[in-house]
Design a protein around this ligand. Structure first.
Ligand SMILES: *Cc1c(COP(=O)(O)O)cnc(C)c1O
Length: 225
């Protein structure tokens, strides 16, 4: 891919998204010049999965980019991203949530997060099982955390060709979102994000309620690790 192709792909995807569905351009392992090209074409939300890589890019790129953290986040790394991160999509424990709150207080801000849900068949995927997610919310300590806001759920479907399987996983996430919204956030407008769908499955995700899609490969080409 060259920069022109990136801009073309970005535009095609943006044109194809229904109103109200937001795009996270997943830029992990991509050079800053590609991100800059997408930025110049109007894209503002970018997703990264590694703290070191993200920190370097933040230095180099415009400061009105909204960075989403989408990878597994170790508690000892939170302090490095707390100053600027726009949304941490991958919160998978109360311990991590508490650390984010602590670092948010230190930076005198509120940090928005999503709870990462594990609905896929694969054991390898991270995230809270639906039961663990409900248990965390029911336990209630999160309500005392003044400087984090839980703004919705994130999930990944199984990496498989079975579209019905993928659809049923997204549908499950959507159901759980509705249940949690009603039970804990019915009066909270900010609890609104359903982050599911990547390059291979974002159309199915949108059919099942996604309003935040995280797309890398379709925009930037295959990643070179
Ligand atoms: C890498 C990644 C994506 C983007 O995947 P593509 O298949 O390149 O679109 C989305 N979400 C998460 C959590 C990722 O790690």
């Amino acid at each position: 891919m060259n920069k022109e192709q990136v801009v073309n792909q970005l535009q095609q995807i943006k044109d194809s998204l229904p109103l109200g569905v937001h795009l996270v351009a997943v830029s992990k392992f991509r050079p800053a010049e590609f991100i800059r090209a997408a930025y110049d074409a109007g894209q503002r939300i970018f997703g990264e999965s590694q703290e070191k890589e993200l920190s370097l890019k933040v230095e180099e790129l415009p400061n009105d980019i909204q960075w989403h953290f989408i990878g597994h986040l170790q508690t000892n790394k939170v302090k490095y991203i707390a100053r600027y991160i726009s949304l941490i999509e991958s919160v998978d424990s109360l311990k991590l949530l508490k650390e984010i709150n602590k670092q948010a207080i230190k930076n005198n801000r509120v940090i928005d997060v999503l709870l990462e849900l594990h609905v896929a068949q694969e054991e390898t995927k991270s995230g809270l099982t639906p039961d663990d997610c409900l248990a965390l919310l029911e336990e209630g300590e999160w309500k005392l955390l003044s400087n984090v806001r839980i703004c919705g759920l994130m999930t990944m479907a199984s990496y498989c060709p079975d579209e019905q399987q993928i659809a049923s996983e997204f549908a499950r996430a959507h159901q759980l979102f509705n249940k949690i919204k009603e039970k804990y956030f019915s009066d909270k407008e900010y609890f609104k994000y359903r982050s599911w769908g990547m390059s291979g499955d974002y159309k199915i995700a949108i059919e099942h309620g996604a309003n935040l899609v995280r797309i890398g490969t379709t925009i930037f080409g295959e990643r070179e690790y």
